[in-house]
Write a protein that binds this ligand. Structure first.
Ligand SMILES: [Zn+2]
Length: 243
């Protein structure tokens, strides 16, 4: 039997085309040909497997490796909803009673946040300098996460990660491209009110799917905000509610 490619549809990315790639993407659902890529992946290869799946399903648009973290999360949720179903079964740790409960998250209801600037890079004045900012690509988020393992290996503090993420957001200082360590030094040398400007800018650049959800523990009744974890059940769902 010949492989019939599912029909692709047009979706609009929450980065609004400000990153140099088009805001419109033609994408089609996952088939068994992509599912087998995910199913054969291990912890170390899952990220590249996800990229391969995205690159197969995106019929017109950017490469998965170019996407911002926000656009990637948006497309992954789109794929999950449109290839499978919006029900996503997760296990949540209650921060109050410390027990674990299961919950179905309706992925269609997770808020989609659009970038709030009109052009990139976003130019702001911080600490007397002109600073160019733009959101992190998914690739850069990977690098930040690798930095986390390096810190762990060196027995260093995770506090350092705080400045690293901001340093990645900085693309130039006074129009000049500077090294990562110089950017980290710049961030760490700022006083509080200047850091607040950086934080405000980060909010404007933020886009994609908001995975935070207001939940209520069915065991103790306490309400809290939780970050919905992405697990294997996201990519290879086994649990869903029958229609
Ligand atoms: Zn509880």
């Amino acid at each position: 039997m010949a492989f019939v490619e599912p029909e692709a549809v047009e979706v609009k990315l929450p980065s609004k085309g400000l990153l140099g790639y088009s805001e419109k993407v033609l994408i089609r659902p996952i088939t068994g040909r992509e599912e087998k890529i995910i199913a054969s992946a291990t912890g170390d290869t899952i990220e590249s497997a996800v990229n391969r799946v995205l690159n197969r399903c995106i019929k017109e648009g950017p490469k998965a490796e170019e996407l911002t973290e926000g656009d990637k999360s948006f497309l992954l949720v789109w794929l999950r909803i449109n290839s499978y179903f919006p029900d996503y079964s997760v296990e949540i740790d209650c921060p109050a009673c410390k027990k674990v409960f299961k919950k179905f998250i309706d992925l269609k209801k997770l808020p989609i946040k659009e970038i709030q600037v009109e052009r990139l890079p976003l130019e702001i004045e911080i600490g007397g300098k002109k600073v160019d900012l733009s959101p992190l690509t998914a690739q850069e988020v990977e690098e930040v996460n690798n930095y986390r393992s390096q810190l762990a290996a060196q027995g260093r503090n995770f506090e350092d990660l705080y400045s690293v993420r901001y340093a990645y957001m900085i693309r130039a200082i006074d129009g000049k491209d500077v090294s990562l360590s110089e950017k980290i030094d710049f961030v760490e040398g700022l006083i509080g009110r200047e850091l607040a400007k950086l934080r405000k800018a980060e909010k404007l650049l933020d886009h994609g799917i908001d995975f935070r959800q207001e939940l209520k523990c069915p065991l103790c009744g306490k309400s809290f905000t939780a970050n919905i974890p992405i697990t294997l059940e996201f990519f290879l769902p086994t649990e869903f509610r029958e229609e």
